[in-house]
Design a protein around this ligand. Sequence first.
Ligand code: GLA
Length: 499
Amino acid sequence: MAEVPVFDNLKAVYGEAGESHAKTRYSRLEAAFKKRFGTAPDLYARSPGRVNLIGEHIDYEGYGVLPMAIKQDTIVACRRHGSELVVANINPDKYKEYKFSTDPEQNVDAENHSWANYFLAAYKGVFEHLQSKGGQVPEPVGLELIVDGTVPEGSGLSSSAALVCSSSLAILAALGTPCSQHEVATFTAVCEKYVGTESGGMDQAISIMGAQDIAKLVEFNPVRAEDVVLPKGATFVIANSLTVSAKAETAAARYNMRVVECRLAAMLLALKLGESKESAHKIKTLREVETLLQKHVSGPKGDVSNANAAVVEEHLHEDPYNTEELEKKLGAPLKKLFAGNSSQLRVLEIAESAGGYKLRQRALHVYAEAQRVPQFRDVCNGSASADEKLAQLAQLMDDSQTSCRELYECSCAELDTLIKLSKESGALAGRLTGAGWGGCMVALVPDAQAQHVIEHLKKEYFAGFVEKGKLGKDEAFMSAVVFASRPSSGGAILKLKHL
Ligand code: GLA
């Protein structure tokens, strides 16, 4: 398994084109570190945000997804020192400094959301992982850290994974316990649970395993990534709706609600497929239902994919389910079925007032979206002309967006507007990326049209925010909310000889 790379120069991570900008940023971080802690850091760790190209809300159902890392990242400057964890930020006015004990068993106060909770989640995750590996676990040590992140928060570009992954890499490096990319991608996906969100594992996997100029088809259990080379001639334009999609704060009504809906759908389908109540209650994902289905359907594998949708249509009704009906059908109180998972129990408390559980719609989305991911890869790897490939990818992205909007209900008016504006100015397709309900959209745009699409979005969408004083006038603000992106490299440790 590949180790997390350790570099002694910035070019290895940011390429020739990004080196000079990175140098300015690292020098500023080093200066801030010296000012706060009196000396330079021992090391830096960095991990990027991501944009998901296709495969939305299916990673936690066990299906593969197809993201790419972006250049915006989180850098953690770190030094072993003292007897506490001192976690500071390059932007102290917005993100205040925290001090924690070095006890890996300490609780994360998920009820009181703070940026440093993600650091603490990483800290606990590192020790939990080292303990699970067996062998000698290092003694906790004091650490001084300053974090510098450029992935916009709540934008659906995985600022939280960039923070958790870069923190984990910094802590591991400071402890002197190198780990493989696979190990870090696996434990960071789990440790985000400490901040109260369920996460499927996509964001952490691509943040760690991303590569320059290459998108990845990421699969789970165990986590692994396959290279996908995108066709030439097009660019991905990313635009931030500026509707903040704060995953941790809205989890019960949105993200975690969908996780619960999918699990309920999976349990009901398992019952319908003849499983006993006892084994149906143990079913966690719609993918497990697909495995059950294979027992019932003979013929080539393709038949199973279509059979998924047929089974959903046959057995799950369109109207939302309520608790009473579900408990009757499943033969157990929901609280018992979700016992031990506090974020999912919180969903149960509010689900009825949020309109009930739409099981059929959610399951139909998951099964159709799961098929689009290998189709996207196959188009990229196929022998069609670049134009033909782009047309096929555009169709898959559009279908994904329709499904996210109509069946999964995770789009929003602002994202729909951005997509419409992109398409009317030359994009081939556009879709939300990440959890949705705000955050960013990603549009597939022929290279020749990219600048035009960006200008159109600035004029028709973002200028209004500038007028209302919600976005700074400076061009730097604009280029942070709408930009073209290429696949960038993944997590790394930097032991720089000089800056
Ligand atoms: C968030 C989660 C991911 C994934 C996406 C939706 O980004 O962290 O694991 O579920 O939403 O595709």
